[in-house]
Write a protein that binds this ligand. Structure first.
Ligand SMILES: *Cc1c(COP(=O)(O)O)cnc(C)c1O
Length: 385
Protein backbone atom coordinates (compact mmCIF):
# COMPACT_ATOMS: atom_id res chain seq x y z
CA UNK A 1 0.00 0.00 0.00
CA UNK A 2 1.03 3.59 -0.59
CA UNK A 3 2.18 5.65 2.38
CA UNK A 4 -1.02 7.77 2.53
CA UNK A 5 -3.10 4.61 3.05
CA UNK A 6 -0.70 3.12 5.59
CA UNK A 7 -0.77 6.38 7.57
CA UNK A 8 -4.56 6.64 7.57
CA UNK A 9 -4.86 3.01 8.68
CA UNK A 10 -2.42 3.11 11.63
CA UNK A 11 -3.98 0.98 14.38
CA UNK A 12 -7.25 0.53 12.48
CA UNK A 13 -6.80 -3.12 11.59
CA UNK A 14 -5.10 -4.55 14.64
CA UNK A 15 -7.74 -5.03 17.35
CA UNK A 16 -9.28 -8.51 17.04
CA UNK A 17 -11.55 -8.56 20.15
CA UNK A 18 -14.05 -5.77 19.47
CA UNK A 19 -13.08 -4.67 15.97
CA UNK A 20 -12.52 -1.12 17.22
CA UNK A 21 -11.37 1.09 14.34
CA UNK A 22 -9.27 3.21 16.69
CA UNK A 23 -6.83 1.02 18.58
CA UNK A 24 -7.58 0.98 22.34
CA UNK A 25 -5.41 2.55 25.01
CA UNK A 26 -4.11 -0.34 27.11
CA UNK A 27 -3.22 1.35 30.36
CA UNK A 28 -1.97 -1.88 32.05
CA UNK A 29 1.65 -2.13 33.16
CA UNK A 30 1.50 -5.87 34.07
CA UNK A 31 0.21 -8.78 31.99
CA UNK A 32 -1.00 -12.17 33.25
CA UNK A 33 1.01 -15.21 32.13
CA UNK A 34 -1.10 -18.12 30.82
CA UNK A 35 1.16 -20.60 32.65
CA UNK A 36 4.76 -21.03 33.71
CA UNK A 37 7.12 -20.39 30.80
CA UNK A 38 4.38 -18.81 28.65
CA UNK A 39 3.66 -15.16 27.79
CA UNK A 40 1.03 -13.35 25.73
CA UNK A 41 3.96 -11.45 24.25
CA UNK A 42 3.49 -8.78 26.92
CA UNK A 43 5.05 -9.07 30.38
CA UNK A 44 5.79 -5.61 31.74
CA UNK A 45 4.94 -2.31 30.05
CA UNK A 46 8.42 -0.79 29.96
CA UNK A 47 9.62 -3.68 27.81
CA UNK A 48 6.54 -3.89 25.59
CA UNK A 49 3.09 -2.35 25.81
CA UNK A 50 0.17 -3.04 23.41
CA UNK A 51 -0.78 0.50 22.33
CA UNK A 52 2.88 1.53 22.02
CA UNK A 53 3.62 -1.64 20.02
CA UNK A 54 1.04 -0.77 17.37
CA UNK A 55 2.65 2.65 16.98
CA UNK A 56 6.17 1.18 16.91
CA UNK A 57 5.35 -1.42 14.25
CA UNK A 58 3.58 1.16 12.10
CA UNK A 59 6.53 3.51 12.40
CA UNK A 60 9.12 0.85 11.55
CA UNK A 61 7.08 0.10 8.44
CA UNK A 62 6.79 3.81 7.46
CA UNK A 63 10.59 4.23 7.71
CA UNK A 64 11.30 0.87 5.97
CA UNK A 65 13.10 -0.22 9.14
CA UNK A 66 13.35 -3.50 11.02
CA UNK A 67 12.55 -2.01 14.43
CA UNK A 68 10.58 0.93 15.81
CA UNK A 69 10.84 2.40 19.31
CA UNK A 70 8.65 5.07 20.91
CA UNK A 71 10.24 7.30 23.54
CA UNK A 72 8.98 9.94 25.95
CA UNK A 73 10.50 12.78 23.88
CA UNK A 74 12.81 13.42 20.96
CA UNK A 75 15.65 13.98 23.43
CA UNK A 76 14.86 10.63 25.09
CA UNK A 77 15.09 8.98 21.66
CA UNK A 78 18.45 10.66 21.00
CA UNK A 79 19.76 9.67 24.41
CA UNK A 80 18.71 6.07 23.83
CA UNK A 81 20.57 6.02 20.50
CA UNK A 82 23.64 7.79 21.89
CA UNK A 83 23.85 5.10 24.60
CA UNK A 84 25.19 2.85 21.82
CA UNK A 85 28.45 4.72 22.41
CA UNK A 86 30.79 4.78 25.39
CA UNK A 87 34.18 5.68 26.81
CA UNK A 88 36.65 6.75 24.12
CA UNK A 89 34.17 6.84 21.22
CA UNK A 90 34.05 9.79 18.84
CA UNK A 91 31.18 11.12 16.70
CA UNK A 92 31.04 13.32 13.60
CA UNK A 93 28.01 15.59 13.88
CA UNK A 94 26.21 18.11 11.63
CA UNK A 95 27.41 21.63 12.33
CA UNK A 96 24.06 23.44 12.29
CA UNK A 97 22.44 21.19 14.88
CA UNK A 98 19.31 21.23 17.05
CA UNK A 99 20.41 23.03 20.24
CA UNK A 100 19.18 20.30 22.58
CA UNK A 101 21.17 17.65 20.74
CA UNK A 102 24.28 19.80 20.98
CA UNK A 103 23.68 20.26 24.73
CA UNK A 104 23.22 16.48 25.24
CA UNK A 105 26.44 15.72 23.37
CA UNK A 106 28.54 18.46 24.99
CA UNK A 107 27.22 18.54 28.55
CA UNK A 108 26.23 14.91 29.13
CA UNK A 109 27.84 12.52 26.63
CA UNK A 110 31.27 14.08 27.25
CA UNK A 111 30.99 12.98 30.90
CA UNK A 112 30.63 9.40 29.60
CA UNK A 113 33.78 9.80 27.52
CA UNK A 114 32.02 10.33 24.16
CA UNK A 115 33.38 13.28 22.17
CA UNK A 116 31.99 14.98 19.05
CA UNK A 117 33.33 17.08 16.21
CA UNK A 118 30.93 19.39 14.35
CA UNK A 119 31.34 19.56 10.58
CA UNK A 120 29.34 20.22 7.43
CA UNK A 121 28.27 16.59 6.99
CA UNK A 122 27.81 17.11 3.25
CA UNK A 123 31.55 17.84 2.89
CA UNK A 124 33.41 14.51 2.50
CA UNK A 125 36.80 16.25 2.82
CA UNK A 126 35.76 17.75 6.16
CA UNK A 127 34.43 14.38 7.34
CA UNK A 128 37.65 12.63 6.28
CA UNK A 129 39.85 15.31 7.88
CA UNK A 130 38.06 14.94 11.21
CA UNK A 131 37.72 11.15 11.24
CA UNK A 132 39.74 9.40 13.96
CA UNK A 133 40.45 5.71 14.62
CA UNK A 134 37.90 5.89 17.45
CA UNK A 135 35.14 7.50 15.33
CA UNK A 136 32.00 5.36 15.51
CA UNK A 137 29.21 7.24 13.75
CA UNK A 138 28.06 10.20 11.68
CA UNK A 139 25.06 12.05 13.13
CA UNK A 140 23.18 13.97 10.44
CA UNK A 141 20.36 16.45 10.35
CA UNK A 142 19.12 17.14 6.83
CA UNK A 143 17.74 19.69 6.38
CA UNK A 144 19.43 21.26 9.39
CA UNK A 145 17.46 23.51 11.66
CA UNK A 146 17.32 26.48 11.30
CA UNK A 147 19.58 27.02 8.27
CA UNK A 148 18.23 24.18 6.12
CA UNK A 149 21.62 22.83 5.04
CA UNK A 150 21.28 19.60 3.03
CA UNK A 151 23.42 16.47 3.29
CA UNK A 152 23.56 13.92 0.46
CA UNK A 153 22.62 10.86 2.52
CA UNK A 154 23.56 8.16 -0.01
CA UNK A 155 26.97 9.75 -0.63
CA UNK A 156 27.83 10.21 3.04
CA UNK A 157 26.48 6.80 4.00
CA UNK A 158 28.68 5.14 1.34
CA UNK A 159 31.70 6.95 2.81
CA UNK A 160 30.65 5.98 6.35
CA UNK A 161 30.25 2.32 5.41
CA UNK A 162 33.77 2.24 3.92
CA UNK A 163 35.00 3.19 7.41
CA UNK A 164 32.53 0.97 9.33
CA UNK A 165 30.72 3.97 10.80
CA UNK A 166 27.03 4.02 11.66
CA UNK A 167 24.93 6.66 9.89
CA UNK A 168 22.29 8.16 12.18
CA UNK A 169 19.79 10.67 10.80
CA UNK A 170 17.55 13.03 12.74
CA UNK A 171 14.60 12.90 10.32
CA UNK A 172 12.30 15.18 12.35
CA UNK A 173 11.96 17.91 9.74
CA UNK A 174 10.87 15.80 6.78
CA UNK A 175 9.28 12.70 8.40
CA UNK A 176 9.08 9.41 6.46
CA UNK A 177 6.35 10.98 4.32
CA UNK A 178 9.00 13.02 2.48
CA UNK A 179 12.30 11.26 3.23
CA UNK A 180 13.29 7.68 4.21
CA UNK A 181 17.01 7.56 5.06
CA UNK A 182 16.99 3.81 5.83
CA UNK A 183 16.08 3.15 2.18
CA UNK A 184 19.26 5.05 1.25
CA UNK A 185 21.39 2.73 3.40
CA UNK A 186 21.48 4.67 6.68
CA UNK A 187 21.26 2.67 9.91
CA UNK A 188 19.08 4.62 12.32
CA UNK A 189 16.58 7.47 12.14
CA UNK A 190 15.60 9.50 15.20
CA UNK A 191 12.63 11.84 15.47
CA UNK A 192 11.12 14.40 17.67
CA UNK A 193 7.57 13.14 17.04
CA UNK A 194 6.48 16.24 18.96
CA UNK A 195 6.81 18.08 15.66
CA UNK A 196 5.24 16.99 12.33
CA UNK A 197 4.43 13.39 13.27
CA UNK A 198 2.23 14.44 16.20
CA UNK A 199 1.41 17.62 14.33
CA UNK A 200 -0.91 19.39 16.76
CA UNK A 201 1.42 20.91 19.37
CA UNK A 202 -0.16 18.64 21.98
CA UNK A 203 2.02 15.55 22.48
CA UNK A 204 5.67 15.25 23.43
CA UNK A 205 7.21 12.10 21.94
CA UNK A 206 10.24 10.61 20.22
CA UNK A 207 10.64 7.78 17.72
CA UNK A 208 13.55 5.64 16.57
CA UNK A 209 13.69 3.35 13.53
CA UNK A 210 16.53 0.87 13.04
CA UNK A 211 17.84 -1.22 10.18
CA UNK A 212 19.36 -4.70 10.66
CA UNK A 213 18.70 -7.42 13.21
CA UNK A 214 21.76 -6.91 15.41
CA UNK A 215 21.40 -3.13 15.66
CA UNK A 216 17.64 -3.46 16.28
CA UNK A 217 18.34 -5.83 19.19
CA UNK A 218 20.93 -3.47 20.67
CA UNK A 219 18.51 -0.51 20.52
CA UNK A 220 15.66 -2.65 21.95
CA UNK A 221 17.94 -3.51 24.87
CA UNK A 222 18.78 0.18 25.47
CA UNK A 223 15.15 1.29 25.07
CA UNK A 224 14.07 -1.18 27.77
CA UNK A 225 17.10 -0.60 29.98
CA UNK A 226 17.09 3.21 29.97
CA UNK A 227 13.29 3.19 30.21
CA UNK A 228 12.51 6.55 28.56
CA UNK A 229 9.50 4.94 26.83
CA UNK A 230 6.27 6.55 25.63
CA UNK A 231 3.13 5.99 27.72
CA UNK A 232 -0.05 4.44 26.26
CA UNK A 233 -2.11 7.65 26.17
CA UNK A 234 0.58 9.59 24.35
CA UNK A 235 1.16 6.63 22.01
CA UNK A 236 -2.52 6.79 21.08
CA UNK A 237 -2.44 10.56 20.65
CA UNK A 238 0.58 10.30 18.40
CA UNK A 239 -1.08 7.66 16.20
CA UNK A 240 -4.18 9.83 15.98
CA UNK A 241 -2.00 12.70 14.74
CA UNK A 242 -0.02 10.56 12.30
CA UNK A 243 -3.17 9.41 10.47
CA UNK A 244 -3.39 12.83 8.81
CA UNK A 245 0.35 13.31 8.22
CA UNK A 246 0.11 13.11 4.41
CA UNK A 247 -2.58 15.80 4.16
CA UNK A 248 -0.82 18.05 6.63
CA UNK A 249 2.61 17.76 4.99
CA UNK A 250 1.20 18.62 1.58
CA UNK A 251 -0.48 21.73 2.96
CA UNK A 252 2.58 22.72 5.02
CA UNK A 253 4.63 22.44 1.83
CA UNK A 254 2.35 24.48 -0.43
CA UNK A 255 1.93 27.19 2.22
CA UNK A 256 5.69 27.34 2.87
CA UNK A 257 6.54 27.69 -0.82
CA UNK A 258 4.10 30.59 -1.16
CA UNK A 259 5.42 32.33 1.96
CA UNK A 260 9.06 31.76 1.01
CA UNK A 261 8.39 33.45 -2.35
CA UNK A 262 6.53 36.28 -0.64
CA UNK A 263 9.41 36.94 1.76
CA UNK A 264 12.05 36.61 -0.96
CA UNK A 265 10.42 39.52 -2.78
CA UNK A 266 9.90 41.66 0.33
CA UNK A 267 12.15 44.76 0.71
CA UNK A 268 12.82 44.18 4.45
CA UNK A 269 14.12 40.63 3.90
CA UNK A 270 17.78 39.90 3.08
CA UNK A 271 17.59 36.16 2.46
CA UNK A 272 15.27 33.14 2.69
CA UNK A 273 16.63 29.68 3.51
CA UNK A 274 14.24 27.05 2.10
CA UNK A 275 15.40 23.96 0.19
CA UNK A 276 12.23 24.16 -1.90
CA UNK A 277 13.58 27.32 -3.59
CA UNK A 278 15.70 26.74 -6.69
CA UNK A 279 18.44 29.11 -5.54
CA UNK A 280 19.03 27.05 -2.38
CA UNK A 281 22.47 25.35 -2.53
CA UNK A 282 20.98 21.99 -1.51
CA UNK A 283 18.01 22.16 -3.91
CA UNK A 284 19.21 19.48 -6.32
CA UNK A 285 20.24 16.93 -3.65
CA UNK A 286 17.03 17.56 -1.74
CA UNK A 287 14.99 16.93 -4.89
CA UNK A 288 16.81 13.67 -5.49
CA UNK A 289 16.63 12.16 -2.02
CA UNK A 290 13.25 13.33 -0.78
CA UNK A 291 9.81 13.74 -2.27
CA UNK A 292 9.08 17.17 -0.85
CA UNK A 293 9.78 19.96 1.61
CA UNK A 294 8.21 20.57 4.96
CA UNK A 295 6.68 23.80 6.23
CA UNK A 296 9.76 25.07 8.01
CA UNK A 297 12.26 27.62 6.81
CA UNK A 298 14.24 30.54 8.11
CA UNK A 299 14.89 34.04 6.83
CA UNK A 300 17.13 36.97 7.59
CA UNK A 301 15.82 40.49 7.99
CA UNK A 302 18.02 43.30 6.68
CA UNK A 303 18.27 44.95 10.08
CA UNK A 304 18.25 43.16 13.48
CA UNK A 305 16.10 46.00 14.82
CA UNK A 306 13.14 44.65 12.78
CA UNK A 307 13.04 41.41 14.80
CA UNK A 308 11.44 42.76 17.97
CA UNK A 309 8.56 44.64 16.28
CA UNK A 310 7.87 41.73 13.89
CA UNK A 311 7.52 39.34 16.83
CA UNK A 312 5.35 41.86 18.69
CA UNK A 313 3.02 42.50 15.74
CA UNK A 314 2.34 39.00 14.41
CA UNK A 315 -1.15 37.94 15.52
CA UNK A 316 -2.25 34.77 13.71
CA UNK A 317 1.35 33.51 13.71
CA UNK A 318 2.36 32.80 17.32
CA UNK A 319 5.75 33.75 18.73
CA UNK A 320 6.54 30.34 20.22
CA UNK A 321 9.28 27.77 20.36
CA UNK A 322 8.42 24.68 18.38
CA UNK A 323 7.70 23.56 14.83
CA UNK A 324 5.68 21.10 12.81
CA UNK A 325 2.21 21.74 14.21
CA UNK A 326 -0.96 22.80 12.37
CA UNK A 327 -0.63 26.27 13.92
CA UNK A 328 2.00 28.65 12.49
CA UNK A 329 4.80 29.56 14.89
CA UNK A 330 7.74 31.91 14.67
CA UNK A 331 10.95 31.46 16.65
CA UNK A 332 14.04 33.58 17.24
CA UNK A 333 16.74 30.85 17.25
CA UNK A 334 19.62 32.97 18.63
CA UNK A 335 17.78 33.56 21.92
CA UNK A 336 15.48 30.50 22.03
CA UNK A 337 16.21 27.09 20.48
CA UNK A 338 19.90 27.70 19.86
CA UNK A 339 20.85 29.74 22.94
CA UNK A 340 22.92 26.82 24.31
CA UNK A 341 25.19 26.78 21.27
CA UNK A 342 28.23 29.04 21.84
CA UNK A 343 28.13 32.39 20.03
CA UNK A 344 31.29 31.54 18.09
CA UNK A 345 29.71 28.39 16.57
CA UNK A 346 26.38 30.15 15.97
CA UNK A 347 28.10 32.95 14.07
CA UNK A 348 30.18 30.45 12.08
CA UNK A 349 27.05 28.72 10.80
CA UNK A 350 25.01 31.93 10.48
CA UNK A 351 22.47 31.63 13.31
CA UNK A 352 22.76 35.33 14.13
CA UNK A 353 20.52 38.08 15.52
CA UNK A 354 18.89 38.74 12.12
CA UNK A 355 17.61 35.18 11.66
CA UNK A 356 13.98 34.19 12.27
CA UNK A 357 12.59 30.69 11.90
CA UNK A 358 9.10 30.16 10.59
CA UNK A 359 7.11 26.96 11.05
CA UNK A 360 4.32 27.44 8.54
CA UNK A 361 1.07 25.83 9.65
CA UNK A 362 -1.94 24.67 7.67
CA UNK A 363 -3.99 27.87 7.91
CA UNK A 364 -5.12 29.55 4.67
CA UNK A 365 -2.10 30.97 2.89
CA UNK A 366 -3.80 34.36 2.30
CA UNK A 367 -4.31 34.85 6.04
CA UNK A 368 -0.66 33.99 6.74
CA UNK A 369 0.59 36.41 4.09
CA UNK A 370 -1.72 39.14 5.42
CA UNK A 371 -0.48 38.64 8.99
CA UNK A 372 3.17 38.64 8.03
CA UNK A 373 2.60 41.62 5.73
CA UNK A 374 1.04 43.78 8.46
CA UNK A 375 3.81 42.82 10.96
CA UNK A 376 6.53 43.75 8.44
CA UNK A 377 4.78 47.01 7.60
CA UNK A 378 4.54 47.89 11.30
CA UNK A 379 8.24 47.08 11.79
CA UNK A 380 9.14 49.31 8.86
CA UNK A 381 7.05 52.14 10.26
CA UNK A 382 8.71 51.88 13.70
CA UNK A 383 12.31 51.37 12.62
CA UNK A 384 12.43 52.89 9.15
CA UNK A 385 13.55 51.29 5.91
C1 LIG B 1 12.54 19.29 18.77
C2 LIG B 1 13.67 18.55 18.20
C3 LIG B 1 14.38 17.59 18.95
C4 LIG B 1 14.04 17.31 20.40
O1 LIG B 1 12.80 16.69 20.54
P1 LIG B 1 11.82 16.87 21.81
O2 LIG B 1 10.60 16.11 21.41
O3 LIG B 1 11.60 18.32 22.03
O4 LIG B 1 12.54 16.24 22.98
C5 LIG B 1 15.40 16.91 18.32
N1 LIG B 1 15.74 17.17 17.04
C6 LIG B 1 15.09 18.08 16.30
C7 LIG B 1 15.50 18.32 14.88
C8 LIG B 1 14.04 18.81 16.84
O5 LIG B 1 13.40 19.73 16.11
Amino acid sequence: MRIESRLAQIGSISEPVTGAISYPIYQATAFRHPRLGESTGFDYARTKSPTRSVLEQAFADLESGDGGFACSSGMAALQTVFALFGQGDHLLVSLDLYGGTYRLLEQVMTRFGVTSTYVDTNDLDALEANRKPETKAVIIETPTNPLMMITDLAKVNAWAKRHSLLTIVDNTLLTPFFQRPLELGCDITVHSATKYLGGHNDVLAGLIATKGKELTERVAFLHNTLGAVLGPQDSWLLMRGMKTLALRMERHQSNAIALAHYLQAHPLIARVFYPGLEDHPGYEIQNRQSSGNAGIFSFKVKNAAYVEPILRHIRLIAFAESLGGVESLMTYPAVQTHADIPLEIRNRVGVDDRLLRFSVGIEHVDDLIADLGQALAAAKQEIGA
